[in-house]
Write a protein that binds this ligand. Structure first.
Ligand code: AMP
Ligand code: MG
Length: 348
């Protein structure tokens, strides 16, 4: 009898210690840093410190490499910089297979969204000076330029005028005056690449990563509870309007008018531009959240759906098999059917 009780006691301790560190439920190892002009936060469940450190060192090196060698519009070392500098040239610009594939996927998304998603609007982003707008801290001065100027620069855009070629090598040709901006997909793409590293680090059992508010969940928590991803309340950005409870591997991408903007005389000029008008999109939407398996797609779709609004946006999300949550200007929430399963509203 004594022996039986002892065995039960040991079993209990084993169950309690499953996922525990020194008898306690294992806490995540948390890291914060900056890269790609944004905040990176990583919470990692890993029994040993070394495994988690290896991962964060590798993931931060990856993000810096992506920025410096591929995605930055500003750094001369990046492929994107070289592409933009080659606009109008006969020979175009040679690019890596990786970027070629990313640009192909962007073109498909532009087609599917009927031009709402448009990476060729680099000059429009430049004109509105979006990169200079601080996140969450509005400037007070409206950029000084005329409607004619906006329309002139808008007419430089158009994904169908960008040509991708794969012969012995991969090339892109941009017409004179056009430039690319990958701000709408870079963070989601980075998360996809970070997930590959997570899969390689066998010691890591679970993680939740955020690249500028785009979130990746991976594996499971030691206590078996679900991942909680808070969704910002666009009407009160210091609080969440609700929470997604997720199991396993997901990407959560949000595009909102509160992220970067200038506000002048009650009018908000934000960073999500409608290629049809050249102005910040006015679709009655404050934010769109996409829940997807693929980070790049989710990131692109949150931007596209913001511009399209709830009806067309919901249809686009459905064609990609992703879930969507729209928060409208009148405070209404519109959720896809699949999203409802994960969603719970915060108590106000
Ligand atoms: P996100 O925060 O993912 O919605 O991306 C917004 C960023 O994408 C902006 O800061 C611009 O750099 C870029 N962008 C703005 N409008 C568009 C658009 N219609 N299509 C693609 N990229 C855009
Ligand atoms: Mg996006």
């Amino acid at each position: 009898m004594k022996r039986l009780l002892y065995t039960i006691w040991i079993c209990c301790i084993m169950v309690l210690c499953c996922g525990c560190d020194n008898g306690q439920i294992q806490a995540p190892r948390r890291y914060m840093d900056t890269a790609m002009g944004t905040v990176i936060s990583q919470s990692i469940y890993c029994p040993g410190e070394e495994g988690a450190r290896n991962f964060t060192n590798r993931s931060m090196a990856l993000l810096r490499e992506l920025e410096q060698e591929m995605l930055s519009r500003r750094l001369e070392t990046s492929e994107l910089f070289r592409i933009n500098a080659s606009a109008g040239s006969q020979e175009g610009c040679q690019i890596s297979l990786e970027l070629f594939r990313l640009l192909q996927e962007c073109t498909e998304l532009s087609q599917a969204s009927e031009g709402a998603f448009e990476i060729t609007l680099g000059e429009l982003v430049e004109l509105w000076n979006i990169d200079q707008w601080a996140v969450g801290e509005p400037e007070q001065e409206k950029p000084a330029f005329s409607q004619e100027e906006i329309l002139r620069v808008r007419d430089l855009c158009g994904y169908y005028r960008m040509k991708l070629e794969s012969k012995e090598e991969y090339r892109i040709f941009l017409p004179e005056g056009m430039s690319l901006d990958l701000g709408a997909v870079g963070k989601g793409y980075a998360l996809d690449r970070m997930r590959t590293i997570l899969e390689e680090e066998e010691e890591i059992t679970g993680a939740i990563l955020s690249v500028g508010g785009n979130v990746l969940t991976y594996g499971r928590k030691p206590d078996g509870s679900s991942w909680k991803v808070g969704i910002v309340n666009p009407f009160e950005i210091s609080s969440n309007i609700g929470v997604l409870s997720l199991e396993g591997q997901w990407c959560v991408s949000t595009s909102g008018d509160y992220e970067r903007y200038v506000e002048v005389e009650g009018v908000r000029y934000h960073h999500i531009l409608d290629p049809a008008t050249g102005y910040p999109a006015r679709s009655g939407v404050r934010s769109v959240t996409i829940l997807s398996e693929n980070g790049m797609q989710g990131d692109a779709l949150s931007t596209a759906c913001f511009i399209l609004g709830p009806e067309k946006g919901m249809a686009l999300a459905a064609t990609y098999g992703v879930q969507a949550l729209f928060i409208l200007e009148d405070g209404q929430l519109v959720l896809s059917e699949g999203m409802e399963r994960y969603w719970s509203e915060s108590e106000q």
